[in-house]
Design a protein. Structure first.
Length: 271
């Protein structure tokens, strides 16, 4: 049974994610991708990103004024309640810019430094994923009612479908490409979705067997990592460490450890 506080935080996160998702979906100009190489559409995306974060932080601050905030677009307050919200108002901005559906709103709530609630809304897929620590992960979408999420049974690593992401810094991207090149012969295949939060939720929903990425920020992974864990996935960073900007690895039991070992062997965490 979830604590009343966690239920309160979950409902607030779901409301904020839903409203921000509607803002981003309905406010996106239909011709945004026409001039995708010019500054104007990028400026529009930035404006939408900031507007979504303001909507989320405004709603949270109104309902729970003593809570701390950490947002991708600059929101940062300490708070006095022991609760801090970690917010990515638009995860997958390039997908959003080009009109691809894989972008999300990610909201997590931490209590005394531990993530206790995670919500990821994927408006263009009509899906919302959520989890409360110790109570499992669930989603609503193109099926009847609310669905409890469970990872896929673990295949042998050579039959695993694994997702990743790439940094925007050229030399980091080049190194990540080298690592991916070494991994591909050892896996079924690699996918690159463009939203870390969605990748982690797809792992939770049984659509992937594993995921890894270097260079993530707390707001990229906080909600999705909890959802994946509550669906039965294992998560970590380098061996013995927690997920971090250095390296984040997630996978079904049976895929996680060999994937993590290969990533360590291939130096996925450094230039």
């Amino acid at each position: 049974m979830s604590e009343p506080l966690h239920i309160e935080l979950l409902q607030l996160a779901k409301e904020a994610a839903s409203r921000a998702g509607e803002l981003l979906r309905d406010g996106r100009p239909a011709d945004l991708a026409v001039a995708a190489t010019k500054s104007s559409p990028i400026d529009v995306v930035t404006e939408m990103d900031i507007a979504a974060e303001k909507l989320i932080t405004g709603l949270i601050s109104n309902r729970r004024p003593g809570d701390g905030l950490l947002g991708e677009e600059g929101s940062a307050t300490e708070g006095t309640t022991g609760v801090r919200w970690v917010i990515d108002p638009l995860d997958g901005t390039v997908n959003y810019l080009y009109g691809l559906p894989t972008w999300s709103v990610s909201i997590a709530a931490e209590q005394n430094g531990e993530t206790v609630v995670g919500v990821v809304a994927v408006p263009m897929r009509g899906e919302m994923f959520h989890a409360v620590r110790g109570s499992g992960a669930r989603a609503t979408g193109g099926w009847v009612g609310e669905r409890r999420l469970t990872c896929r049974p673990a295949p042998p690593l050579e039959q695993a479908l694994v997702s990743t992401g790439f940094n925007y810094v050229a030399d980091v991207r080049a190194h990540q490409a080298e690592v991916a090149g070494k991994l591909i012969p050892r896996l079924r295949d690699i996918r690159r979705g463009g939203s870390a939060a969605v990748d982690l939720c797809d792992l939770a929903a049984g659509r992937l067997d594993g995921y890894y990425e270097r260079g993530l920020h707390p707001w990229d992974l906080a909600a999705g990592e909890l959802i994946a864990r509550e669906a039965g996935a294992l998560t970590g960073g380098r061996p013995g460490e927690r997920p971090s900007g250095e390296l984040t690895v997630a996978g079904t039991p049976g895929v996680f450890e060999p994937l993590q070992t290969l990533l360590e062997d291939f130096g996925a965490w450094h230039d």
